[in-house]
Design a protein around this ligand. Structure first.
Ligand code: SF4
Length: 278
């Protein structure tokens, strides 16, 4: 069974943090579209389109280190509007570091899951971000579980980290036992300090296999960078253990056309999930 998720970048760019993998950091002046808040009507329209494309999860993503009062208010209103229009869609919020109270508020507004990635190992994280700590990220992941939301967490591979860092992040994910693991593969952009993806394709397949072996009860979602990392061998991600993908566009990069992905999954004889069971 393959689970499809779609994402909407509802507040893009102009972030004051310095994550060296992220084109939304204002420090790197990457050529991306920036806007403060997408209209709720537009987000509902995107959610309907995602559902037509058989997504069962829809993620509301905002740039920035973490939650603020105004962001909470905006995301809550947006989540309620999407839930009203599409009650069977699982709404995922992804708004950075968040307190238990903020997460509970999102849950009350119809959010079912929260995505917050560890991004890398505790040790390597210091080399890719100086403006906030890995501990804050881990704490938010713990808050998500206490708030009663499904946790979606993972990271980005290919940022120059060592194998030990990958294993260390996977071991931290094992502690957290997320419902869903987001595996992203670094997508280079000339504006960023990290210049290239340091991972080769065989290592990427092996990482999916290892993740599946170590986190048997989690859904393994191949997210950003899929097309670039796997190219015409993309069908092999399912054999390696992935059972979820992001369809449509990513935050600041384009993805495969959803109908192509659906065709690809069905051509493998795999079933696309109709509902999200957590
Ligand atoms: S990853 Fe998040 S916190 Fe870091 S620069 Fe990008 S938007 Fe900002």
């Amino acid at each position: 069974m393959i689970y499809l998720c779609a994402i909407s970048n509802i507040s893009s760019g102009s972030c004051s943090e310095d994550c060296s993998f992220c084109t939304q950091s204002a420090r790197y002046h990457a050529d991306i579209e920036t806007y403060r808040q997408k209209s709720i009507e537009e987000v509902v329209k995107e959610a309907k389109k995602a559902r037509e494309n058989r997504a069962i999860g829809f993620c509301l993503v905002t740039a920035g280190k973490g939650m603020t009062d105004s962001k909470l208010e905006y995301v809550s209103r947006t989540a309620m509007a999407v839930k009203k229009a599409l009650p069977d869609l699982n709404i995922i919020a992804c708004n950075g570091t968040a307190t238990l109270e903020e997460l509970k508020e999102l849950k009350n507004c119809g959010v079912g899951s929260y995505n917050h990635n560890l991004e890398s190992s505790e040790n390597y994280y210091k080399q890719i971000c100086s403006t906030h700590t890995w501990d804050e990220r881990y704490q938010t992941c713990e808050n998500v579980k206490v708030a009663g939301l499904n946790l979606c967490s993972g990271g980005i591979f290919g940022m120059g980290e060592r194998i030990e860092d990958r294993l260390s992040m996977i071991s931290s994910l094992k502690e957290l036992q997320p419902a869903s693991i987001a595996m992203n593969f670094f997508h280079p952009n000339e504006a960023l300090p990290i210049k290239s993806n340091s991972l080769n394709i065989e290592d990427a397949f092996n990482l999916i296999k290892y993740m599946k072996k170590e986190l048997k009860d989690s859904r393994i979602m191949v997210a950003g960078g899929r097309e670039r990392m796997f190219g015409d061998r993309v069908t092999e991600i399912f054999k390696a253990g992935a059972n979820s993908i992001v369809i449509g566009n990513y935050l600041t990069t384009s993805g495969e056309a959803p109908n192509k992905d659906i065709e690809m999954i069905e051509s493998l004889g795999l079933e696309i999930a109709q509902t999200c069971d957590g």
